[in-house]
Design a protein around this ligand. Structure first.
Ligand code: FHN
Length: 473
């Protein structure tokens, strides 16, 4: 079985495409001797704008939380454990010695990298981020740094990360890693495991960082081809200086690799809270990580899947506010992505096949009214006014074009928000003939006349072509 990427597979191709910038893959001997401490010669730095280009174009990514926690799937010793599935070790305070036993039973024989990547492609997702090591400390790749990994500690003896890297290269999907840099419940000096190892402030955290987290991040950046981003998380005890050590590793090995917003020092973009979508337009590059049900890691009793319509709304909503949507699936211990999440994602992909112009590479809305408003009298628990969101339509943009994605069919026609630009043409994005839709002025509002039955039951995109690249408000 494949462990790590054979250099010959796609390196020349990536060089040719200008996608490969580091020089990974030491010889097998060097590999054994742990030559990872000596990074390859440092290539030229890319500007921030160059680095961000693909991310701004991609907009929609697949998050995968997969690990030993998929085996208990939310239940320990016959009892349901509340909370998110991948936190079961913490929530049930499972001692390391007991949790480790899961590895002996982890044999995801139905795992098929090609099928996972094909699903992401069908869903219209442009990048994949997988848990290479979550807080439980178990590496889902063949690590030389710790034997506590899927290749060495399970009867599976395969490296799914290498297989996924290869499938992603084939499908031109970018590939990145989630890596829990601070919390590691398996290690005496990692953050988070107080039930086996006592209080975090009594630990030699740098010993853990130097001997596990940093060398593992070096491995991930050295042996799996181009890494589009590293998704660090929960930066407990991460000082700026500690965070900078990871930044230096990333920059020296793969300067094109992005760093998310949860390292503990500034990354290349910000990550919102889990499932948190800003109420209005938000400046800068950002991403919302989100669940498709209510857990990240697989839980057998969570079958409450977001529908294709809900996912599509969130996707367009996020893009209209300037962000990216990183939507998660939690595969089973057999290696299967739950069918309902596959089906719903594929339905979104079918919509994107027709309406993708309104999504990929699209910019923020120039308007604000569509988002809703703060209530004048309703307050939240902290006494702040509640935001009353509107969900009728969202606007995304490209030079010379406004895309209005309509989620609730208006009666009579669609009222364009006020703007001064001259309108050249209006049509449905789904209409290859671009048959013009008529506009009528009603009380100073330009109203796009719509047919009684709109083409798509889920959401319809009206393209408004304007004079000039930017809309004049
Ligand atoms: O603790 C993790 C959690 O398990 C999951 O990985 C999410 C994904 O954003 N991040 C942390 C909580 O914010």
């Amino acid at each position: 079985m494949l462990t790590r990427l054979p250099k010959s597979t796609f390196m020349p191709l990536l060089f040719a495409a200008g996608l490969w910038v580091a020089t990974p893959q030491p010889s097998a001997a060097a590999d054994k001797a742990m030559a990872l401490a000596d990074p390859p010669p440092q290539p030229a730095m890319l500007s921030h704008e160059e680095k961000m280009k693909w991310f701004r174009e991609a907009k929609f990514g697949l998050f995968i939380h997969w690990g030993l926690y998929a085996l208990p799937a939310g239940e320990w010793k016959g009892q349901p454990v509340p909370g998110i599935g991948e936190w079961i070790m913490n929530r049930a305070q499972i001692p390391v010695k007991e949790y480790e036993q899961l590895a002996k039973k982890f044999k995801p024989v139905k795992f098929n990298a090609e099928q996972w990547v094909q699903m992401a492609e069908d869903a219209g997702m442009k990048y994949i981020v997988i848990t290479s090591k979550h807080h439980d400390g178990f590496a889902m790749y063949h690590s030389q740094v710790s034997k506590y990994n899927i290749h060495d500690a399970t009867p599976f003896h395969r490296d799914p990360i290498a297989e996924l890297a290869q499938a992603c290269a084939k499908h031109h999907i970018r590939f990145g890693f989630y890596y829990s840099q601070a919390q590691d419940w398996h290690e005496p000096n990692g953050a988070g495991n107080t039930w086996d190892f006592g209080a975090d402030d009594q630990k030699d955290f740098d010993q853990y960082l130097r001997t596990k987290a940093e060398p593992q991040v070096k491995e991930l950046l050295s042996f799996y081809g181009p890494v589009c981003l590293i998704w660090f998380d929960t930066p407990r005890m991460m000082t700026k200086e500690r965070g900078q050590r990871f930044v230096d590793i990333v920059q020296s090995l793969q300067p094109a690799c992005l760093i998310d917003g949860r390292l503990g020092t500034a990354g290349d973009y910000t990550s919102t809270g889990d499932n948190a979508i800003p109420e209005v337009n938000k400046e800068g590059d950002w991403e919302t990580p989100a669940t498709i049900n209510h857990t990240w890691g697989f839980k057998k009793d969570d079958q409450d899947w977001k529908s294709p319509g809900e996912i599509t709304f969130k996707l367009v909503d996020i893009i209209s506010k300037g962000g990216n949507y990183l939507l998660n699936v939690g595969p089973t211990s057999q290696g299967i992505i739950p069918q309902a999440s596959q089906d719903n994602l594929r339905a979104v992909g079918r919509w994107l096949k027709v309406n993708g112009d309104a999504v990929y590479g699209a910019g923020r809305s120039p308007f604000t009214d569509e988002y809703g408003e703060y209530s004048s009298h309703l307050k939240d628990r902290t006494n702040n006014p509640i935001f009353l969101a509107r969900t009728d339509w969202r606007c995304t943009t490209k030079p010379g074009k406004l895309y209005f994605t309509i989620f609730k069919t208006p009666r009579g026609g669609f009222d364009l928000p006020a703007f001064k630009s001259f309108i050249r043409k209006v049509y449905f994005l789904s209409d290859p003939k671009q048959t013009e839709l008529h506009i009528e002025a009603v009380n100073g509002i330009r109203v796009v006349q719509l047919p009684r039955n709109l083409p798509d039951a889920m959401a319809n995109v009206i393209v408004v072509e304007i004079e000039g690249e930017q809309v004049e408000l």
